[in-house]
Ligand binder design. Sequence first.
Ligand code: SAH
Length: 230
Amino acid sequence: MKIAIMGAMPEEIAPILEKLGEYKTTEYAGNKYYEARYKGADLVIAYSKIGKVFSTLTASSMIQHFGAQKLLFSGVAGAISPSLKVGDLIVATKLSQHDLDITAFGHAFGYVPEGSVYIDTDKDLITISKEVASEMGKSVKEGIIATGDQFVANEDRKNWIGDTFKADALEMEGASVAVVCNALDIPFFILRSISDAADMDASFSFDEFLETSAVESAEFVMKMVDKIVD
Ligand code: SAH
């Protein structure tokens, strides 16, 4: 079993690399990939760089070049749902691209012909996440995540995304990773810990909480890996 663990920024995978201690580094397609053996499984770990294009490239590389059979994303996000506070975890049930817009042709936001507005995540991985949450005594929200190539730091934009996609959180990589995994038939899981509320204070909150929130997410994802390989 080969499992991909992906983040967008160095801070999101640093806690995982730290836990592993030893790994092999391979450069491929302008990025670094870290491979390690962990409890009888093979792991490939990378951060993609920010946004939909880089995350698409990294997810595709992990699957098609490195042979990953499952993909887990760990990272931070802006909250839309008022119930989500800094450090809280959200598991995506489905994801959508909030900046994909050919509505001029009568289509819904997030839709392109032969695509779909939402992509569902893997049910079995969500079941595993529920077991991990209960063992850790953590309450983890399940909800819709909206993705776009924008750092949202604006109440109006955030509310529009929340209303249009019924989204609970937003970020910049999840839906593109979802498109890749869906097309290549790879079970995937997107976990985010809240770093900010996507409002006018978002960039300050992000800078303050990126590291601690990234650790929350990474620790949870590693517990999931323990269960998957068990
Ligand atoms: N501080 C960085 C930029 C961070 S962009 C720099 O200057 O280099 C924000 C990253 O965190 C993205 O990877 C995105 O997925 C996530 N994220 C957290 N809060 C977000 C928000 N409010 N809007 C969009 N993405 C957010």
